[in-house]
Design a protein around this ligand. Sequence first.
Ligand SMILES: C[S@@+](CC[C@H](N)C(=O)[O-])C[C@H]1O[C@@H](n2cnc3c(N)ncnc32)[C@H](O)[C@@H]1O
Length: 212
Amino acid sequence: MSEAAVTEAISALSVPPNPLIFDSGCGNGEMLLRTLRRHAPARGLGVDLDEDAIADANRGVGDLEARFEVGDAAAVSGPFNAVINVGASHVYGDFRAALAAFESLAPVILYGEGYWAKHPSQAFLDALGGATIDELEDRSGLRAAIGEAGFTIAHESLAGDQDWARYEETLAENAERHDAPDTRSYAARIRDRRALAGGTDTLGFALMVLRS
Ligand SMILES: C[S@@+](CC[C@H](N)C(=O)[O-])C[C@H]1O[C@@H](n2cnc3c(N)ncnc32)[C@H](O)[C@@H]1O
């Protein structure tokens, strides 16, 4: 997403003074750290299974009141004032389980989720590493699932073609920079997938603020 879209989504989180915010599947903690700065003073907990990502996150804490831990984010119980879950609904199994879990965690969710922008071809699913069509919904199906889980969408922005190109090409370039057999094949998979018919416009991504 663009810097502006991320900043707008974080600003749209309605939280009380000195909120406690949980980022489930926080990666390198960037979203939580940005959110704590925007809503300061605020306290944060970020949890991810990836030790390297958590080490990166801890290096960015500075004078913020943030704790990052290696662990299973699905085992963390609330309540929190807000939850961040961006590209990480699989923490809970799938996006439907994530939406069900959010309900007992917080009244406000900063939620980033994929959706089928168009019907995925079998070649595209294969190129994603054996994805199945039922792993995601199309945009109206995602909106319906959010509503059925008891949330309304208070803010939404969608990744555009340029956002996807920047994201996937940066992933591939970073992997190639490591210049190891597994990172070279990872980069090749991204480039091969983007070269397929529908390779750049099948998958969509929405960054949303949900309110219960
Ligand atoms: C696509 S990354 C997104 C990271 C981060 N939310 C972001 O926006 O940059 C998904 C993250 O979920 C983490 N993850 C997957 N299952 C998890 C679990 N059960 N508990 C904690 N983290 C998990 C992965 O390690 C990975 O860092």
